[in-house]
Design a protein around this ligand. Structure first.
Ligand code: KG4
Ligand code: ZN
Length: 325
């Protein structure tokens, strides 16, 4: 079964064709990221306008790279929520019109759950795929959530962020450090430059809960930087200090994400953990989570780097599974 996925929840306009829920025939992503950069975050109106300009081309390109035409599509899967209302509306209008004109079924997919599906894409054999029941972790720019899944239809939210999402904290700390947007990849890159850092920032632990909180650590970094700036009488941080702060911040965020995810697996007595969302691209999180989970006899599955950030392949894949029931 060929599913056309359409994803327009934020600043990426994405379309993909996925066969049988796992073989990605095409995965096209167009982004207005460079237009948002000067503002240090996504501007909803610019994102929505970008969606409108790109959607037609992106869908055509997805079909062309997959070497299929609309007659070979069996289902359209669309991100219906959550996301920026104006941006979502563009995808919805486009997908509905296509579905109506071609008499194709249209299935609405939740964007956060689609991130959980990303580690199931392009898995070569059934034995290598994650097994239910499992814990799903979504760490992105908009969400940080832990779920318990019996199947893709039967799941329970175990915990989520009470304030900033993990990616949002990366972006805000990068801004405080004078780095560009999006901040996650920049902090990831900088933090690798020094392995021995004494500086420490702490994340709120919120014991006895699977919830997260990242706004405290972001504020701790802000106060630390403001204090340094007023003592030195200058704004620009030297590279050495940027590196130290980036590493101390990233270490603490990664540690709490890993600790809560493993605790959730133990609590639910499952030994499969899947991780998706933009922050799942973080090199330290990938390396440390795989190792620490293994110590606890838990198999952690990360989305391939190409499916961590927002994309339509994960939407098409989840659409296929939901259709199958
Ligand atoms: O999943 P995504 O594309 O969008 C949302 O659904 O929110 O995630 C984007 C987020 C941004 O906050 C970005 O800074 C973060 O993912 N990100 C990273 C890395 N690459 C992207 N965070 C940490 N380390 C990375 N390597
Ligand atoms: Zn996302």
């Amino acid at each position: 079964m060929n599913v056309l996925g359409i994803e327009t929840s934020c600043d990426e306009t994405a379309a993909a064709v996925v066969k049988d829920g796992k073989i990605v025939l095409s995965n096209i992503i167009s982004s207005t990221l460079s237009l948002h950069r000067p503002y240090g975050g996504v501007i909803p109106e610019i994102a929505a306008r970008g969606q409108l300009e790109a959607i037609d081309f992106v869908v055509k390109e997805a079909l062309s790279q997959a070497k299929v035409n609309l007659k070979n599509i069996d289902l359209i899967a669309l991100t219906s929520q959550p996301g920026l209302p104006g941006a979502l509306l563009v995808g919805r209008a486009f997908a509905k019109a296509l579905s109506f004109a071609l008499n194709l079924p249209l299935l609405e997919v939740n964007h956060i759950l689609a991130h959980v599906y990303a580690p199931f894409l392009e898995v070569k054999s059934k034995s290598l795929a994650p097994k239910f029941p499992l814990v799903g972790l979504v760490v992105s720019g908009g969400h940080t959530s832990l779920f318990y899944f019996k199947s893709f239809r039967e799941f329970e939210l175990l915990g989520q962020t009470r304030d900033d999402a993990a990616g949002e904290a990366f972006d805000k700390v990068a801004k405080i450090l004078g780095l560009g947007y999006p901040g996650g990849p920049q902090i990831d890159r900088l933090a690798k430059k020094n392995k021995n850092v004494n500086l420490r920032f702490n994340c709120a632990r919120l014991p006895d809960s699977f919830d997260f909180s990242f706004s405290g650590i972001k504020t701790a970094v802000l106060y630390f930087v403001q204090d340094w700036q007023s003592r030195k009488g200058r704004k620009k941080l030297p590279l050495k200090l940027q590196v130290e702060i980036a590493k101390a911040f990233q270490d603490s965020v990664v540690d709490i994400i890993i600790a809560k995810s493993i605790a959730a697996c133990k609590n639910k007595e499952v030994n499969n953990l899947v991780v998706g969302g933009g922050v799942a691209a973080n090199s330290l999180l990938r390396k440390k989570m795989l190792a620490m989970a293994l110590d606890e006899k838990i198999k952690a599955y990360f989305a391939d780097q190409s499916f961590c950030m927002d994309n339509a392949a994960m939407v098409a894949g989840l659409g296929y599974q939901m259709r199958r029931g």
